[in-house]
Design a protein around this ligand. Structure first.
Ligand code: ADP
Length: 401
C-alpha cells in the first residue's frame, strides 16, 4: 500500500508518498503560496525533480498540482492515483477529543474545526487541506487524521492542569495539551527498540529541538509530562518564542506599552526567544556564527537556550524519579554536538558520561548512542520521522476499515 502523507498549512501543503512495503519515501514535495499565486517543488527518491509556478487559488487546486506531479511528467512516481491506498493528514490540535488517530468523516472535520480556538492558524488550514483533498480525489481515497497532541493524552492531571481556578478548565478546557507528539512518540518508541527495552518501567526524556522545541518525559512508553502547554508557546525559549514567562511580565507589558492581545501574542510568538535576545536571527546557525565572531548577545542567547534545556531535562528526571535514556532530535538536537554536550555535562554528577568523539560525528540524519558503555544513562540522537508515524497509523486504520 502507498500512503500520501500531507501537512497542510494556510498557504502551503507539504507531502510525502510512502510505499509501506518497505516504508521508503517514493516522492515528496511542497506547494507554496496557495491563495497568492502558487508554486510546486517535487522530487522523486531517485532524484528526478519538477518545479512549476501554477495558479493555486485554494487547497483543492494544490492537490490537483500534487496529482499531476505524481502521475505525469519526467518526475512521476506512480501511474495512477488508484495506487494510493489512503491519505494521512498531520493535525496540530486534537484537544481533549482525539487521543488517537481516526478515519475522517464530517463529524471529525467539524470537531477539528471546533478546536480552532486552541490553534487558529493550524487547525483551520488542516480543515482546508482535508476538504481540498476530498474535493480533488472524492471519497475513493480514505483520509486519516493524526494529531500532534494525541501522544500527550496520557498525561496525568497533575501534569496537564494549570493552577488556575478549576472552572477555567471546566469552562474553556484550558490545560496543557503538548505538541510535537508524533515526533516524541516516534523517537521514544525507536529508543526502546534500539536499546531493546520494554515499555513497562522505562523512563525516557525526548528533546525535540528545532525552530519550535519541546521536551517530553516518557514513562512506561507513555507521555508523563511535556514542556509545551495550551499552545506551542510554553516551555523553554525557542527560535522566536519566549517559552515559559512569569505571567506578570505580560500584564506589566500591557500596562507599559498598551498592547492588544494579538500584539502581545505576536511579541511572544514571533519576536522573542533566540531572535529576541540575540537581535541577530531565530536560526541557531546564524546565532552560532555571530557568537563565534564575538557578538555578546548572540553568546548570551545560546547560553540561555542551553541553560533552559538543562533545567527542563533535570526537572523531568526528578518528575519521573530517574531516567534510563535521553534522546535528542530536530534540527538543533540532531546537529548541535555542543548543545548535547552542555546538557549531558551537567548530569555527570549522576553518572552520565558521553563519548565526545562519537557525539561530534552525529549530524543530521545520523542515529546513534553517544554515551559511554559505563554511563548510567544512555544518551542518543534519533532523527525524527513524523511522516512515517502518520503513514503507519493511516495504513493500520484503513486496513481495519
Ligand atoms: P522545524 O522546527 O521548523 O522543523 P528544524 O527541526 O529543521 O526546524 O530545526 C531548525 C533549527 O535547526 C534552526 O535553528 C537551525 O539553525 C538548526 N540547525 C540546523 N542545522 C544545524 C547545525 N548544523 N548546527 C546547529 N543548528 C542547526
Amino acid at each position: 500500500m502507498k500512503i500520501l502523507v500531507v501537512n497542510a498549512g494556510s498557504s502551503s501543503l507539504k507531502y510525502q508518498l510512502i510505499d509501506m512495503t518497505d516504508e521508503k519515501v517514493i516522492a515528496k514535495g511542497l506547494c507554496e503560496r496557495i491563495g497568492i499565486d502558487g508554486k510546486i517543488s517535487h522530487k522523486t527518491f531517485d532524484g528526478r525533480e519538477y518545479e512549476a509556478q501554477i495558479d493555486m487559488p485554494d487547497h483543492t487546486a494544490a492537490f490537483k498540482c500534487v496529482e499531476k506531479a505524481l502521475i505525469s511528467g519526467d518526475a512521476k512516481a506512480i501511474d495512477s492515483m488508484d495506487e494510493i491506498g489512503a491519505v494521512g493528514h498531520r493535525i496540530v490540535q486534537g484537544g481533549a477529543i482525539f487521543d488517537h488517530s481516526v478515519l475522517v468523516n464530517e463529524q471529525v472535520v467539524n470537531d477539528i474545526e471546533g478546536l480552532a480556538d486552541l490553534a487558529p492558524l493550524h487547525n483551520i488550514a488542516h480543515v482546508q487541506g482535508i476538504r481540498g483533498c476530498l474535493e480533488c480525489f472524492g471519497d475513493k481515497i480514505p483520509q486519516v487524521v493524526v494529531f500532534d497532541t494525541s501522544f500527550h493524552a496520557t498525561m496525568p492531571e497533575t501534569s496537564y492542569l494549570f493552577a488556575l481556578p478549576y472552572e477555567y478548565y471546566e469552562k474553556y478546557k484550558i490545560r496543557r495539551y503538548g505538541f510535537h507528539g508524533t515526533s516524541h512518540r516516534y523517537v521514544s518508541a525507536r529508543c526502546l527498540e534500539l536499546l531493546n527495552m520494554k515499555k513497562e518501567g522505562s523512563k525516557i526524556i525526548t528533546c525535540h529541538l528545532g525552530n519550535g522545541s519541546s521536551i517530553t518525559a516518557v514513562k512506561d512508553g507513555k507521555c508523563f509530562d511535556t514542556s509545551m502547554g495550551l499552545t506551542p508557546l510554553d516551555g523553554f525559549m525557542m527560535g522566536t518564542r519566549t517559552g515559559t514567562l512569569d505571567p506578570s511580565v505580560l500584564t506589566y507589558i500591557i500596562e507599559k506599552e498598551g498592547l492588544s492581545a494579538k500584539e502581545l501574542s505576536d511579541l511572544c510568538n514571533k519576536k522573542s526567544g533566540v531572535l529576541g535576545v540575540s537581535g541577530v536571527s531565530s536560526d541557531n546557525r546564524d546565532v552560532e556564527a555571530a557568537a563565534a565572531e564575538g557578538n555578546e548577545r548572540a553568546k548570551l542567547a545560546l547560553e540561555m537556550q542551553r541553560y533552559q534545556i538543562r533545567k527542563f531535562v533535570g526537572s523531568y528526571i526528578a518528575a519521573m524519579n530517574g531516567v534510563d535514556a535521553i534522546v535528542f532530535t530536530g534540527g538543533i538536537g540532531e546537529n548541535s554536538a555542543e548543545l548535547r554536550k552542555s546538557v549531558c555535562d551537567n548530569l555527570a554528577f549522576m553518572g552520565v558520561k558521553i563519548d565526545d568523539s562519537i557525539n561530534d560525528t552525529l549530524r543530521r540524519g545520523a542515529e546513534g548512542v553517544f554515551s559511554t558503555e559505563d554511563s548510567t544513562v544512555k544518551v542518543m540522537v534519533i532523527p525524527t520521522n513524523e511522516e512515517l508515524v502518520i503513514a503507519r497509523d493511516t495504513k493500520e486504520i484503513v486496513e481495519n476499515m
